[in-house]
Design a protein around this ligand. Structure first.
Ligand code: PAF
Length: 278
């Protein structure tokens, strides 16, 4: 495993490998790695000669400074975990100056409505921050393929919509046995809150099983009440939207694909998840 803090050093190293004919897979992360990240990395290791992971907690995608300051920072543990799957991974762990220069900024984008609802509605400028850093990281690594998890499905669709000639691959959400989607934020949950949080996926599967025999409004009302009936859970949104345009719908057109998207605070920790419905 090689650790790079400076982008020029990584660029030089990758140029050399590219000249030798290596294809490059890339997994951008904000660290606090878990099995979800490892599954993306395994996919990259399987399909590319070279795999790069970036570990950078990107300040411009956080809407709250507390959320940013309490985001787990675990570079040493992350590197140890990476070694359990391969000694060959290249780790890029820059600081903010290395990524943004002297002053942090976000670019402006027209995401063509992909950011109108769900995370885009509840997290101010979140996707501008994500798209800006992803473009900056892609410019450094210049991979053939980059891998992103479907847990952040809206993020995945927005990244796919960016103008790059890089192959963007979405990978299935990894879950605990209880169904809870793996997330770096789960570190902040107590065992008891984790158990309660597993009701998020249970309710998403309830939607999937009942989508054909209930009206969408009825179904989302039932599930919203179920989630809010737990003292520890507070629903932020529950939306059924089509996969392509991410526009909420109140009826299913069998020619399109839909997902249910949910955001819930569990004991104050914000968790998101989604499920494919058809
Ligand atoms: O999904 C994440 O971890 C982040 O949003 C990403 C894509 C690494 C950008 O900071």
């Amino acid at each position: 495993m090689k650790l790079f803090h400076k982008k020029l050093e990584l660029i030089d190293h990758l140029d050399h490998l590219r000249k030798l004919g290596s294809d490059i897979g890339f997994v951008p992360t904000m660290g606090a790695l878990h099995n979800g990240h490892l599954s993306l990395l395994k996919k990259s290791l399987l399909n590319n000669k070279v795999t790069v992971v970036s570990i950078f907690v990107n300040p411009t995608q956080f809407s709250s400074s507390t959320d940013l300051s309490t985001y787990p920072n675990k570079l040493k543990e992350d590197c140890s975990l990476l070694k359990t799957i391969s000694d060959e991974i290249l780790v890029f762990a820059p600081d903010s100056k290395e990524i943004y220069g002297d002053k942090m900024y976000v670019n402006s984008y027209d995401f063509k409505g992909l950011d109108d609802f769900m995370e885009g509605e509840f997290r101010n400028n979140h996707f501008e921050g994500v798209a800006t850093v992803v473009e900056l990281l892609l410019n450094v690594v210049n991979p053939d393929t980059a891998y992103f998890g479907e847990k952040d499905f809206q993020q995945l669709q927005i990244i796919k919509s960016l103008e790059t000639n890089i192959n963007i691959v979405g990978c299935k959400t990894q879950r605990e046995k209880s169904g809870l989607a793996l997330s770096s934020r789960n570190h902040k949950l107590s065992l008891k809150s984790k158990k309660i949080a597993s009701n998020i996926f249970k309710n998403l599967t309830f939607i999937k099983s009942n989508i054909s025999n209930h009206k969408i409004e009825e179904l989302t009302n039932i599930v919203s009440d179920k989630i809010n009936s737990f003292d520890q859970m507070n629903l932020e949104y529950l939306i059924i939207a089509d996969e392509d345009k991410l526009v909420p719908t109140d009826s299913i057109n069998l020619k399109k694909k839909y997902r249910a998207f949910i955001s819930v605070f569990v004991d104050g920790i914000r968790l998101i998840d989604n499920i494919a419905l058809n």
